[in-house]
Design a protein around this ligand. Sequence first.
Ligand code: SF4
Ligand code: SF4
Length: 56
Amino acid sequence: MAYVISDECISCGACEAECGVGAISAGDSKYVINADTCVDCGNCANVCPVGAPKQA
Ligand code: SF4
Ligand code: SF4
């Protein structure tokens, strides 16, 4: 299981700092989550202003 960032992402960068395992990085048009690294903690979803990270 992993979280996935939807197209609602506005690339604010808030989630990257909240991810304790460094699974989030800036992509071309939005931020992206490395599914192999994500431990499903939900921190990114809690800080995102637009609710872009969703549980897959
Ligand atoms: Fe990182 Fe947790 Fe979000 Fe996964 S759910 S990307 S581990 S903050
Ligand atoms: Fe995108 Fe939300 Fe992360 Fe900001 S906090 S970069 S809007 S997913």
